[in-house]
Design a protein around this ligand. Structure first.
Ligand code: HEC
Length: 109
């Protein structure tokens, strides 16, 4: 019985932690998603200077070419893909893509 109560307590604590995660954690999760799914081509610094980034033609997120594109343009490219850029509309939620684009803007500075 005692272990059962401890177990319930653990589950309740975990739930509370998940539910109370502040929205500032969002930025952190965009950074983690970027590292996991995007940095391989775009580089941790967003310059696209990785071997696949260079071979496939990724642009520096800080270049004029990218900074003059609107958030809507970038969201569209991440969602639907473009040339060698894979589409993420099926594997990521709209809100995740929006957060990623906001994160990319911070890399370009
Ligand atoms: C397989 C390599 C690859 C991966 C992985 C990848 N990209 Fe790209 N991405 C590209 C290439 C290549 C382009 C340039 C497409 C073009 O304009 O021809 C691009 C273009 C973009 C652009 C438009 C601006 C630019 O640099 O031309 C954005 C924004 C972008 N990627 C975001 C992301 C995000 C966010 C992820 C992760 C969810 C991601 N990419 C993962 C290769 C990749």
């Amino acid at each position: 019985m005692k272990t059962m109560i401890i177990h319930l307590f653990t589950v309740a604590t975990l739930l509370a932690v998940v539910l109370m995660t502040p929205s500032s954690a969002l930025a952190q999760s965009a950074a983690a998603t970027y590292k996991a799914k995007c940095a391989g081509c775009h580089g941790a610094d967003g310059k696209g200077s990785t071997a696949p980034g260079k071979a496939l033609g990724a642009h520096d997120f800080g270049s004029d070419e990218v900074t003059k594109m609107s958030d809507a343009d970038l969201i569209q490219i991440v969602t639907a893909g473009k040339n060698k850029m894979p589409a993420y509309g099926k594997s990521l939620k709209d809100t995740e893509i929006k957060d990623l684009v906001a994160y990319i803007r911070t890399l370009g500075k």
